[in-house]
Write a protein that binds this ligand. Structure first.
Ligand code: UD1
Ligand code: MG
Length: 424
């Protein structure tokens, strides 16, 4: 990858072998999702986003499930026995050996770290010529984490695990996130010196810091600004917490970009959604990944905008409307109680209340194409595949099974008869 204009080899190693005992799950913890993406997939995607030259996942417990999710986008090292984080990295030695550059260590269950934070970590590591650069954080309650021990000059001396820490060290509030950027060659050298002589009888990756310092190799740290980034998922409550943090982060980003969100607490915008300025989102709206929304639109309340939707400008998607794989042109209104799937609608249209596309025949999905200036009356069934031209009016209550040419009205319903009541 290119860092500050220079070419640099960077591998990312994802630690993904651990058990998720506290999740109380029959599945691998790592295949649980935040929004629509598995935890470990989020981490692998992040590794890709920062431009990693190679991504290796250390897998073990329920590894088939993890491998199914990651596929061949990454390489795998297998850790048969969970003997600690240092041991996990040792299993990836065959990928590390002989390479010159940096390796970033990530955890498969720490999924909402920002791309910019990792880029900053790598670039600081290179700029400061450090052999190990740690991502640390200041925690008011550091219990459970490895503590960062610094000397009087502020240089990092070692990481001490909670279970090995003395009472004084336990008071240290700077903690190890477990995310690092290492020089590959010196990491490989240091791995040979890690011994499991500690309270947990594990091979600690954290020992590498002291090993490097003893050898006179420079180490350093970057303190993360936003502590929520390094949160991990160990149980369902943490999964909910991280989902919430992630959601609020995305919502905040859209608001910063000029989108009005009436109630961020009840707005669910997935990753990689584009929304134009002055669009207003009412409560209980869900917008799935990859959706593109123009400017000055109005969405919700209770709108469900699913995958592969594209909305132009000034589009209204009102309450109890679900749309999927649907493109809608400028100024078209889809105001209430509507389902549109696999649909394309032109500009300046109005779709009546209760309209649905019948897009699924039980086996396949079919398209509904509607031109510009459509006026679709209330409670219309559009039985796909069907083409509706420009300037078409569809009478309320119609079940449309055949194409309607431009400038026509389509009507398909029983004629009303009024019968006199016999027993008045
Ligand atoms: C580790 C750090 C600790 C840090 C903390 C942050 C060590 C010794 N300690 O703690 O300083 O504050 O992370 O969360 O590294 N894993 C494997 N194989 C193993 C063991 C772990 O793949 O044999 C994976 C786990 O699945 C997890 C990650 O490595 O994703 C960290 O393991 P975990 O046991 O949570 O961390 P600690 O060892 O408690
Ligand atoms: Mg552990």
């Amino acid at each position: 990858m290119k860092i500050d204009g220079k070419n640099q080899y960077v591998m990312t190693l994802i630690m993904a072998a651990g058990k998720g005992t506290r999740m109380k799950t029959n599945k691998s913890k790592l295949v649980h999702k935040i929004y629509d993406k598995e935890l470990v997939k989020r981490v692998a995607d992040l590794a890709k986003k920062i431009g990693s030259d190679e991504i290796v996942a250390v897998v073990g417990h329920l590894r088939q499930q993890v491998q199914e999710v990651l596929g061949d986008n990454v390489k795998y090292a297998i850790q048969e026995e969970l003997l600690g984080t240092g041991h996990a990295v040792m299993q990836a030695k065959e990928y590390l050996k002989g390479k010159k550059g940096k390796v970033v260590i990530l955890y498969g269950d720490v999924p909402i770290i920002r791309k910019e934070t990792l880029e900053n970590l790598i670039s600081k590591s290179i700029k400061n010529k450090e052999y190990a650069t740690l991502l640390t954080a200041i925690y008011e309650n550091p219990t459970g984490y490895g503590r960062i021990v610094r000397d009087e000059g502020g240089n990092i001396k070692a990481i001490v695990e909670e279970k090995d820490a003395d009472p004084l060290q336990k008071c240290i509030k700077e903690i190890n996130s477990g995310i690092y950027c290492f020089d590959i060659e010196e990491l490989v050298n240091a791995l040979d010196y890690i011994k499991p002589n500690n309270a947990q009888g594990e091979y600690y990756l954290t020992d590498v810091i002291k090993i490097m310092n003893d050898k006179g190799l420079k180490t350093g740290a970057v303190i993360v600004e936003d502590n929520t980034e390094i949160l991990g998922v160990n149980d369902r409550a943490q999964l909910e917490l991280l989902t919430r943090v992630f959601r609020m982060r995305i919502n905040a980003e859209h608001m910063k970009n000029g989108v009005t969100i009436e109630d961020a607490n009840s707005t669910y915008i997935y990753d990689d959604v584009e929304i134009g300025v002055d669009t207003v989102i009412h409560p209980n709206t869900t917008i799935k990944s990859g959706v593109k929304i123009g400017e000055n639109c109005e969405l919700g309340p209770n709108a469900y905008i699913r995958e592969n939707c594209e909305l132009g400008n000034n589009v209204k998607i009102g309450n109890f409307v679900e749309i999927k794989k649907t493109k809608i042109g400028d100024n078209t209104k889809v105001p209430h109680l509507i389902y549109l799937g696999d649909c394309e609608i032109g500009k300046n249209g109005n779709i009546g209340c209760g309209t649905i596309t019948c897009n699924y025949d039980g086996k396949n999905k079919h398209k509904t194409i509607i031109g510009d200036n459509a006026f679709i009356g209330s409670n219309v069934n559009l039985v796909a595949p069907v083409n509706i031209g420009d300037n078409v009016l569809i009478a309320a209550g119609s079940t449309i099974t055949e194409d309607v040419p431009s400038n026509h009205m389509g009507i398909a319903r029983e004629r009303q008869t009024n019968k006199e009541k016999k027993n008045k």
